[in-house]
Design a protein around this ligand. Structure first.
Ligand SMILES: Cc1ncc(COP(=O)(O)O)c(C=O)c1O
Length: 376
């Protein structure tokens, strides 16, 4: 059988990884400033993570959600206390799209409404409602286009208010910081207006923290830079450091009902163990403080590079904007300098999403390589 080829592939075959490095079959070492698309939080193959997951696999890897799983409770408590979101309930699933799908479904169940407000250039995943609220017609099939979605520009609260007044909106969904779209984000004033307008109209405010969460922005969740309290928060990527897991954090004011949401694999023993281990390591290695320190260092080091026209994002979720398309630069970084970076819908933006444990030395390596390529 052949693969269903939907991904354009770089000619690199990683076979092992450690910390901030990925190695191919010839043992060539690549500096990972991409984190496999913002997924690697605590670093590749962290010793404690590998040990904990291996031990769990020997005990029990999976059983269904029809029996007690104390690891889910442990994860919920730890996530609540580390993120400062104690007043939420946790529903576990398997991916970012699934987390958003469940968040939107919940908002629709509870409000009895179905229209959603999303924002220009958003990305929320590729499943039914998640892709419908993603601002990319190319990845929306006719079946997805049946959903009622209104896309608005970021940072125009009057337009949001006008839409909410119509009374048919179930949810507003917004990324803490846009990822795939290219690192644009709402201002604090805009987030506060959204919170107020949603509260006033009984509309659910859903913060998609799938990419911007788990410390990547320098706060546990990116919305925490703006001091708001969403009704629902979705998370995935960094949560399992590569082990597939997603989570929906649901405000305590929303009551669950048996059967309302569900999944076979979500919250299984291995996934919970991975997620608990990530939180333990984030805490013991003080990774969020580290993100802020190395992010400041990164920004200082790239400041003199005149070809960079604008820097977007926060923490270790950064976008370097040039006045030319970066596809060739990205390719040269991988093939010649052995450094992975990311791209986005904004073709002039180079995305930086390294494991949160990246060091200043590793940042120096990138800066030297980037300067060399830009000055060629
Ligand atoms: C903000 C955001 N939401 C949702 C998703 C979808 O996550 P997944 O690919 O795990 O379904 C992504 C993936 O890139 C994302 O960046």
């Amino acid at each position: 059988m052949d693969l269903f080829k939907v991904y354009p592939l770089y000619n690199v075959k990683p076979v092992k990884a450690k910390g901030v490095y990925v190695y191919d079959e010839n043992n060539t070492k690549y500096l990972d400033l991409y984190g496999g698309h913002g997924v690697i939080s605590i670093g590749h193959s962290h010793k404690k993570y590998v040990a904990r997951l291996s031990a769990q696999l020997k005990k029990i890897g999976f059983y269904s959600n029809s029996v007690q799983n104390p690891l889910q409770v442990e994860l919920a408590q730890k996530l609540g206390s580390l993120s400062g979101c104690e007043n939420y309930q946790l529903f576990l699933c398997n991916s970012g799209a699934e987390a958003n799908e469940n968040a939107l479904k919940l908002a629709s169940f509870k409000t009895g409404k179905s229209r959603v407000i999303a924002f220009n250039n958003s990305f929320h995943g590729r499943t039914s409602a998640a892709v419908a609220v993603t601002d990319n017609p190319f990845i929306n099939a006719p079946i997805n286009r049946q959903q009622k979605v209104t896309f608005l520009p970021l940072n125009n609260s009057d337009l949001v208010t006008d839409e909410l007044k119509k009374g048919d909106v179930a949810a507003v969904i917004i990324e803490g910081i846009q990822g795939v779209g290219g690192l644009d984000e709402g201002t604090t004033a805009f987030f506060k207006e959204l919170e107020k307008a949603c509260q006033k109209r009984g509309v659910f405010l859903i913060l998609d923290e799938v990419q911007s969460g788990y410390g990547r922005s320098g706060e546990f969740f990116a919305f925490q830079h703006h001091h708001i309290k969403p009704d629902i928060i979705t998370t995935a990527k960094g949560m399992g450091n590569g082990f597939p897991i997603g989570g929906v954090l649901i405000s305590n004011k929303i009551e669950p009902k048996f059967g309302m949401l569900g999944t076979t694999f979500g919250g299984n023993h291995l996934a919970c163990t991975a997620a608990i281990s990530v939180l333990e390591i984030m805490e013991s290695e003080n990774l969020i403080a580290h993100v802020n320190e190395v992010s400041n260092y990164f920004l200082k080091q790239i400041k003199p590079i005149s070809q960079i026209k604008k820097v977007k994002g926060k923490g270790l979720m950064l976008g370097l904007e040039f006045d030319f398309e970066v596809a060739e630069l990205r390719k040269k970084l991988i093939m010649e300098k052995h450094i992975f970076t990311g791209g986005s819908n904004n073709k002039k933006l180079l995305r930086i999403l390294p494991p949160l444990s990246i060091t200043k030395n590793q940042i120096n390596k990138f800066v030297i390589a980037l300067k060399t390529l830009l000055d060629e």
